[in-house]
Design a protein around this ligand. Structure first.
Ligand code: SF4
Length: 433
């Protein structure tokens, strides 16, 4: 959207008081995300009174999710236009008042394809950048609203993904992060043999030709489509991080069935064994839900045991978030919210011990670290190959002078529950595995 606005001749400001128009791009995946979105909309609405703002626009999943709810426009009368997930390409028209206030734009999200490569992306100052390899999801997890907001899976042409990556790397990006609702489902909607491992192989070669010192990472895999070929592709290419983000959501087979997740505890065990067997340097991340309807004490302990058995390097835990428009809402045996929270806390406490042990193993080792921030003199913040931005811990680097956006060798001296720290050595080239 920013790229489209700049191409149309607009400029952007990070100061909402100075903005003529404000766009709030929203999430509504879980209740807390929707609440945060509404809080932000209300906060931005103040600038229609106290700032320059004459047009407040709400885009994204919150708008799309409640598009048929008459309360949406009644509850937020400050909003001039609501724009659904299928209409973000029309953002310039919306801001230029070609879309009258009070109108809502909700075309079928399935009809939207991909970002137009002729429109330059606007990048943050971060040295990493995300690329979506597909849009939408054709799966049916019962707790998830995403398929109805984003449409069925549409994989992006491989050449387009590579072209966007080459262009980002040419602009100085040092880490390309592939995302999708499920990256490893890539190609399932295409007719030819176009599995995700082909994307990794092609991307690795093409990115390396522009700059051999760039990391490639992929997030959000699905346990049923994370294949041996994908792990072999990671192993075979020096610039692909040995990082496997595999959201399992649960480990109890009966709960997985109620979640609409087509795998069993045994299959999950086999998958993680396969990854570690083929790639001993593998770093594993997962996310799970506690308090899903029907999760008995025994089912929760199956999950807890599984987490302790696999010893994930990183774990995200969410208490189940209910909503009337979710299929899981109609399932019986809802778990009280305080029980779901207690189980969340129990898992997090177990993981804190695991993470600290995992991090202790790094003490004394030297890793390439991508330097990202300089919060105070003598201290920098960066990430190793085994730390993804925003969701994992970071590496604190003690150094007098480093440049953000470069790789440096760091000797790890301290390990904490989620972060590690060490002293900077030489700037490294090549910085990879
Ligand atoms: S696979 Fe992911 S995006 Fe698709 S329905 Fe399940 S949780 Fe939602």
């Amino acid at each position: 959207m920013l790229g489209r606005l700049l191409a149309a001749g607009h400029t952007h400001t990070l100061d909402p008081a100075r903005a003529d128009a404000i766009v709030v791009n929203t999430c509504s995946f879980i209740t807390t995300a929707a609440e945060e979105a509404v809080d932000t909309i209300l906060e931005m609405a103040r600038f229609k009174e106290q700032g320059a703002c004459s047009r407040l626009v709400v885009t994204g999943c919150l708008a799309q999710r409640y598009k048929d709810d008459p309360d949406l426009t009644k509850t937020l009368p400050e909003v001039d236009v609501f724009v659904g997930t299928g209409a973000c390409d029309q953002i310039a028209d919306v801001l230029e008042n070609k879309t009258p206030a009070g109108l809502t734009l909700f075309p079928d999200p399935n009809a939207r394809t991909f970002a137009d490569l002729s429109v330059d992306r606007v990048l943050s100052n971060d040295p990493h950048a995300y690329i979506k390899v597909s849009e939408g999801c054709s799966r049916h997890c019962t707790y998830c609203i995403i398929p109805s907001l984003r449409g069925r899976q549409r994989s992006r042409p491989m050449e387009e993904i590579c072209s966007e990556a080459r262009s980002l790397v040419a602009k100085g990006v040092k880490e390309i992060i592939l995302t999708a609702e499920n990256t490893t489902d890539y190609g399932q909607d295409l007719s030819e043999d176009s599995g995700f491992h082909h994307v990794l192989e092609a991307l690795s070669d093409q990115v390396a030709r522009v700059n051999p010192d760039v990391w490639i990472r992929f997030l959000y895999t699905h346990p049923t489509s994370l294949t041996r070929k994908i792990v072999q592709a990671v192993k075979a290419h020096d610039n692909i991080c040995h990082y496997y983000d595999v959201p399992i959501q649960h480990a109890d087979t009966a709960i997985l069935r109620r979640m609409g997740r087509p795998c069993t505890q045994k299959q999950l065990e086999t998958l993680f064994f396969m990854i570690r067997d083929l790639d001993p340097d593998a770093v594993l991340r997962t996310t799970v839900i506690t308090g899903f309807p029907g999760e008995s004490e025994a089912a929760f302990h199956t999950l807890l045991d599984f987490i302790q058995e696999v010893q994930f390097d990183h774990l995200g835990v969410f208490a189940y978030s209910d909503a009337p428009d979710l299929p899981s809402h109609a399932l019986g045996q809802h778990v009280p919210a305080d029980v779901a929270e207690l189980r969340h806390d129990t898992l997090m406490a177990a993981q804190a011990k695991i993470s600290e042990q995992v991090n202790q193993k790094h003490v004394g080792k030297i890793y390439p670290v991508l330097v990202e921030e300089n919060p105070e003199p003598g201290l920098f913040i960066g990430r190793t190959m085994f730390q993804a931005p925003e969701v994992d811990g970071v590496t604190f680097i003690y150094s007098e002078g480093l440049a953000t956006g470069t790789f440096v060798q760091v000797k790890i001296t301290d390990a904490f529950a989620y972060d590690i720290a060490g002293n900077a050595g030489a700037v490294c080239e090549p910085p990879l595995k």
